[in-house]
Ligand binder design. Sequence first.
Ligand SMILES: Cc1cc2nc3c(=O)[nH]c(=O)nc-3n(C[C@H](O)[C@H](O)[C@H](O)COP(=O)(O)O)c2cc1C
Ligand SMILES: [Mn+2]
Length: 466
Amino acid sequence: MAVSKAQDEKNQSMPVRSIRDLIELFDQNAELLHVKRTVHRDTELMAVLKRAQTELKRPVLFENVEGTDFRYAGNLYGGRDKLARIFNVREEEVVEEWIRRFHAERRKPVPVDRAPCQEVVYKGNVNVGEILPIPHQYRGDAAPFINSAIVVAKDPKTKTYNASFHRMQLREGNRLGIQLVINMDLFFIHKEAEQRGEPVEVAAVISPDPYFFLAAATRVAREVDEIEYAGALAGYPIEMVKCKSVDLKVPASAEIVIEGQILPNTYLEEGPMGEVLQYYGSTSPKPVFEVSAITHRQKPIMQTLLTGTIEDHTLCGVPIEMELLPMLRKVAPCVRNVSLLPFFLVAVVQIDEVQPTQRGIGKNIAMAALAHPWIKIVVVVDKDVNIYDVEDVLWAIATRVDFDRDILRVPDTFGFPLDEMKKSRDAPITRMGIDATVDPLVKSRFERARPNGYEQIRLKDYLEQE
Ligand SMILES: Cc1cc2nc3c(=O)[nH]c(=O)nc-3n(C[C@H](O)[C@H](O)[C@H](O)COP(=O)(O)O)c2cc1C
Ligand SMILES: [Mn+2]
């Protein structure tokens, strides 16, 4: 379907205040896939989502799932193009726009009395598995998991609101397992409460507006109120409503909220679950989330987030790009852009062409990027290589690298905890830098063959039908 320029611009400026608005935005741009056929929650839903995600790269709305009136949305954040829609910029501008909004004016939330997320209320002795039809994601998972929930908590130390992703394993009755990764803010909030023998009141928010969602994916200092930060990303204050059973507020426009507390000194075996690197990982004792209320919209849309997919890598990788880009530019102002997609252990850095006075700068940049604890491979390329195109990056590696001189190998370094190449969980890893930039002394031999007009034309202009 051809979208006229005027139509395109109109859609782009549509205000996005909820997940329904976001789905509508994708739909108006003819990007949303509607699955109308009835699918089975545990044996079809995730298979269809994973294939649609990898093969078609589009967001998906499941309209009919057997045995429930919930609808399911997936891949809303899978890829830089989705973030470009949300921020209303071009793909190559996403990181800088996110950085710009990160530094924009923080907005205090506004309280509201009535909220869509509380149209249906269950309080007291709730059975989570009966109320919420949580799908089973991977074959070897221990149980159904919620992977898209954002946990809101008040930080008693800083008096600010924290919001972060924590996977939850479905358990019996009113209990969920919750993963608090070491050094995350909620990990510390829970540890400190535990030392006082107290639980932590929390509310897990599913399917919120995209700005709250992206704010929760960013690591920010503990002092920063993440609801106010979400307001900075959105450009409007987030509307918050009082919870029904805990002393917290949650974004009113969300679809589903699970209220309760994370217990002190209570741990149960959790996992395995297909993880971000597509391996199952191990089982270990994790804290318990005791649920006291569940609220949701009528016929809610449950957001599903498959781990180990482009969506997971977008939400983990682009926030790292935000940290990396300013840091690399300090090392070398010639750094133009960076990409951690499609797979966040591999960073591709694009630079302006190396000057004769700066020979070797590609390696300095590679060393700087490798300092990030998660990045295992970095490839540095010139500006004529498309860093969002894996084929193009491979072409540069194959044709512009002297494997005797342009490869950095750094053994015994601190790496990503879930890397299965580690001999044990705390073992160090070897990382690698690849300088695929052209030496300015032999530049003329490496000019890419291009047709006349190649950089100037827009393909779209030649394909649209009147
Ligand atoms: C899709 C996704 C899933 C995540 N799952 C978990 C998790 O299960 N447990 C956890 O502690 N952190 C998890 N994280 C990491 C934190 O939620 C994330 O880094 C957050 O920004 C930390 O916020 P903080 O600065 O408040 O600690 C996940 C992040 C993403 C993007
Ligand atoms: Mn935080």
